[in-house]
Ligand binder design. Structure first.
Ligand SMILES: [Zn+2]
Length: 296
């Protein structure tokens, strides 16, 4: 059990903890706690909610930093509470309600609850990932991602990587353009390169929002926003491949691995053959259902 005296620390890390909920597994206590740090000497402070266990309180201070007896991040008891017990409890409590409201509404409900400090299985209470939402709703990550995409188009929710964040109305390029711009920025740095692309986008889109009349992407890019229309993708995809191939043929430099490009094009052609084949079959079956009118 965590020594209650340790919940108000007097060391260099002046922190106050208040237990909201506690679990005990094989004599090892895990707590979901509210915390506040006030360190007047360096003006640092912070507060929030966090999942802790006995390991977090079992340390010595050496050279101004904590030396834990056991790494709190590796504690199997805490992991079990976070990954199994808390999600199970949440599903018991809200599962039926989420089913009744439908998956999309349930995502918004989970996000709202997280914002209000509800813990669904993270070390910190104010963050939730797509994977955790999927686990709570018994859905695949891909399905939750698709629904988050729809919620973004409806201006209700946004994503930062896989983290759910509130939707903020501002100009944004369609996703495919965003990916391209992020890649262009990060590729010279060695793709992938952390947040360099995202930071660039945020800056450039922020400037557009502030200094132009283009205040949202939705009004600018039409019905398929936040995506490009399939037709635009095909038109530009085709044109880009054409231009890429002709530039490769002219190029005498060895910077491009020609064989790699040729292999890529071959597999692309094979893929296109399948699509054309399927389309032909569909067309034939449609034609066979059309009975010609008799002109007697
Ligand atoms: Zn522990």
């Amino acid at each position: 059990m965590i020594d209650r005296k340790k919940l108000i620390t007097q060391d260099a890390f002046k922190t106050t903890y208040r237990i909201i909920k506690s679990w005990t597994l094989e004599g090892h206590e895990i707590i979901w706690a509210w915390f506040e740090i006030v360190r007047p000497h360096d003006m640092s402070h912070g507060k929030g909610k966090t999942l802790l266990c006995e390991c977090d309180f079992d340390f010595e201070i050496a050279n101004g930093s904590k030396k834990f007896k056991n790494d709190p991040h590796e504690c199997q008891h805490k992991k079990y509470v976070r990954d199994v017990l808390i999600p199970q409890e949440s599903i018991r409590e809200y599962g039926e309600t989420w089913k009744a409201m439908g998956c999309k509404q349930a995502i918004l409900d989970i996000f709202e609850k997280v914002k209000n400090g509800k813990l669904f299985g993270k070390y910190k209470g104010d963050v939730i990932y797509i994977q955790e939402v999927a686990r709570l709703l018994g859905e695949t990550d891909a399905n939750i991602l698709k629904l988050c995409d729809e919620l973004f188009a409806e201006e209700q929710l946004s994503l930062n990587g896989a983290i759910l964040i509130p939707y903020v109305s501002r100009f944004r390029f369609p996703k495919e353009i965003q990916h391209l711009l992020a890649y262009l920025i990060e590729e010279p740095l060695g793709w992938p390169n952390g947040e360099a692309g995202d930071c660039f986008l945020e800056e450039i889109e922020g400037v557009i929002t502030e200094y132009t009349n283009f205040k949202t992407g939705k009004k600018v890019f039409g019905d398929h926003y936040p995506h490009l229309s399939p037709q635009i993708l095909i038109n530009f995809g085709g044109a880009w491949i054409q231009s890429g191939v002709s530039k490769l043929c002219e190029s005498k430099s060895e910077e491009c691995d020609l064989q790699l490009q040729v292999n890529y094009l071959k597999s692309l052609i094979d893929y296109l053959k399948v699509i054309v084949d399927e389309t032909d079959k569909t067309m034939l079956s449609i034609q066979s259902k059309i009975v010609p009118e008799k002109n007697d």
